[in-house]
Design a protein. Structure first.
Length: 62
């Protein structure tokens, strides 16, 4: 169990650092909103986070 927790923590930190490096603070805020919305079972908050991340990813294409 501790190995699984360690691996998941390393993965989460890696994803967060990649988002911060590539998309800045807005990417971290979007990920935070998405995570909080999922944990709180709030569709509105998780949807806002997902939209923020989608706009960041598709921004150059628009």
């Amino acid at each position: 169990m501790p190995v699984l927790a360690l691996l998941s923590a390393v993965f989460v930190v890696g994803v967060e650092q990649t988002l911060q490096w590539k998309y800045g603070a807005t990417g971290v805020i979007g990920l935070l909103l998405l995570t909080i919305g999922i944990k709180a079972k709030s569709p509105a908050v998780s949807s806002i986070g997902a939209v923020v991340l989608a706009l960041l990813v598709s921004g150059p294409a628009l």
